[in-house]
Design a protein around this ligand. Structure first.
Ligand code: KG4
Ligand code: ZN
Length: 361
């Protein structure tokens, strides 16, 4: 089985070919990702119109490069899988139209993929994990804990009631005058800071509601920064370190709760695993916190390589293979309309006031 994947839901233009032969391990034959960070940096965040235009300009070349790198011809491809949501609708239209056109011209099926499903199934591509397992998705657009029970069978156990975690990192960075994207810069500066100088709140810690919240923490950072302005480099480093410590602590509390619930709901899973995905999973303080929690709770900690944790098309191609293999490729992707909002789990009702209002909705 060979599937061409296309991803254009935010600010990465990506294409990839993934192959699965019989019972052997799947193989990523190509994985081309073009980041638009430079196009958006001057604006301190992703600008939807610029993103859509950049996708239009780049996608054909990226698909060609992915096919070229894989040494697989379009004839040998079994299906085209493209991200159809959630995300910025302009980019989704570009990716989906391109995929539909290729599928029509080459007479291949087209599979519409939920971007979150791509993240959710990556650990099966990289680590061959068996269902069920727990997924923590922490990116610029999402902060969720999902029980991954099977292909197309996901249950969201927690989400953010306000900002996504990556968004909180990016806004904190902006407030402190650090360049975009904020997360990696906050981490870098935090390494030189004193994490005990500011006692920032740990939102939702100990709450019976399983969800996340980060906007109160962001406000506390703003107030602390305003109170001692103008900020020295030392102040900025201490604020970043204290912010990161608060985030790791709050996140750890939420995840510990989910690990316990997983143990109760899936007592037969002898090798429970927590998988992390999303750009924030690169953060070493957060990773160390999660690793410690997992070893305490007897969970395997799975962090796929960074390139497959952040947005890419290999995860979309792989989700296409999973769906083909399970006979769940859908009726006809060619009729699929892009969805800027598309919850992975149709059961969990959206939280009041929740959800992404910004670029990575
Ligand atoms: O998954 P991703 O590349 O893109 C999407 O949001 O879809 O995640 C990007 C987010 C940004 O908010 C970025 O600031 C954050 O991940 N991020 C980090 C780190 N590296 C990236 N946050 C904290 N620490 C990091 N090292
Ligand atoms: Zn993503």
């Amino acid at each position: 089985m060979r599937v061409l994947g296309i991803e254009t839901s935010c600010d990465e233009t990506a294409a990839s070919v993934v192959a699965l032969d019989g019972d052997s391990a799947p193989e990523i034959l190509s994985n081309v990702v073009l980041s638009q960070i430079e196009e958006h940096a001057a604006f301190g965040g992703v600008v939807p119109e610029i993103a859509a235009r950049a996708h239009v300009e780049a996608l054909d070349g990226i698909v060609e490069a992915a096919l070229g790198d894989s040494a697989v011809s379009l004839d040998e491809i079994d299906a085209i899988a493209a991200t159809a949501g959630p995300g910025l609708v302009g980019g989704l239209i570009v990716g989906l139209m391109t995929a539909k056109a290729i599928a029509a011209a080459a007479n291949k099926p087209m599979i519409a993929i939920n971007h979150l499903e791509g993240h959710a199934l990556t650990a099966r591509l990289t680590d061959g994990l068996d269902f069920p397992y727990l997924l923590l998705l922490v990116s610029g657009g999402h902060t969720q804990i999902v029980a991954v029970r099977g292909v197309g069978d996901y249950q969201r156990w927690a989400t953010t009631i306000d900002d996504a975690l990556g968004e909180a990192f990016d806004k904190t960075a902006k407030m402190l005058g650090l360049p975009y994207p904020g997360g990696p810069n906050v981490e870098k500066v935090a390494a030189k800071g004193d994490a005990s100088r500011f006692a920032f709140p740990r939102p939702m810690k100990g709450s019976a509601q399983p969800d996340f919240s980060f906007s109160g923490l962001k406000t506390a950072v703003r107030q602390a920064a305003t109170a001692i302005a103008p900020l020295s480099d030392r102040d900025v480093a201490d604020i970043c370190a204290s912010f990161q410590a608060a985030v790791a602590d709050a996140l750890g509390d939420r995840v510990a709760r989910a690990l316990a619930r997983f143990g109760q709901e899936f007592p037969d899973q002898a090798n429970p695993a927590l998988v992390v995905a999303g750009g924030v999973a690169a953060n070493r303080t957060i990773k160390a916190t999660l690793e410690a929690l997992c070893s305490e709770a007897g969970f395997q900690f799975v962090a796929p390589p960074q390139k497959l944790c952040t947005d890419n098309a290999a995860m979309i191609a792989w989700a296409g293979i999973e769906r083909l293999r399970a006979g769940m490729a859908g009726e006809n992707g060619a009729d699929f309309v892009p969805r800027s909002r598309w919850p992975l789990d149709s059961v969990s009702a959206p939280l009041v006031g929740s959800g992404r209002r910004g670029a990575k909705a």
